[in-house]
Design a protein around this ligand. Structure first.
Ligand SMILES: CC(C)(COP(=O)(O)OP(=O)(O)OC[C@H]1O[C@@H](n2cnc3c(N)ncnc32)[C@H](O)[C@@H]1OP(=O)(O)O)[C@@H](O)C(=O)NCCC(=O)NCCS
Length: 152
């Protein structure tokens, strides 16, 4: 297994293909098109402070994570925007290994904290908890649907 920084658009496009496949499968069963996945990941990749790593096996991409290093009053924080492990490679420790490697590389760059959003009830929160993450008791995520057809 090789883990490398995500530095080129070719890798971002490969990540988008994996992102589409995995997020359209259980537990998410989303409706991503290749175009929307490419747009989401290229937007993240081209945004300020973008940083990510990808894991490959026999030159095939099997997992990646990407996000942004952001300035905060007490130093730099990393917002983990997307993380995906290929469906057939899940539950074998790869996600944990990739996350630990990201934390190691980010720490070496002076980043002090990693934060993220994820769903409850489909195993992803359990994954992050298993890796030492915890819900913030002093913060909450808020949102509002602002189109009538979305129930807003
Ligand atoms: C979530 C994800 C990144 C985890 O990667 P992974 O390589 O499968 O995870 P690991 O094998 O390192 O799992 C470590 C531990 O996390 C927990 N865990 C992982 N997936 C889980 C699941 N689906 N349900 C419950 N617990 C889970 C378990 O405790 C697991 O240890 P165990 O297998 O010994 O029980 C991966 O399953 C994935 O890409 N899922 C689809 C996309 C996604 O949800 N991405 C995250 C969005 S924020």
């Amino acid at each position: 297994m090789e883990i490398a920084d995500i530095v080129d658009l070719e890798t971002v496009r490969a990540c988008a293909r994996l992102f589409t496949d995995v997020n359209n499968a259980p537990p998410w069963n989303d409706g991503w098109t290749e175009d929307r996945s490419v747009r989401r990941l290229t937007d993240i990749f081209s945004s300020p402070g973008s940083w990510g790593i990808a894991a490959s096996s026999a030159q095939r991409l099997v997992a990646f994570l990407i996000g942004n290093i952001e300035a905060f009053y007490d130093g730099d924080h990393f917002c983990l925007r997307e993380m995906v492990v290929a469906t057939e490679a899940q539950r074998r420790g790869l996600g944990s290994r990739l996350l630990a490697e990201a934390e190691r590389r980010l720490r070496a760059q002076g980043v002090s904290e990693v934060y993220l959003l994820t769903s409850r009830g489909n195993g992803t929160a359990e994954f992050y908890e298993k890796n030492g993450y915890a819900g913030w008791t002093t913060m909450t995520m808020m949102g509002k649907a602002i189109r009538a057809d979305r129930g807003g």
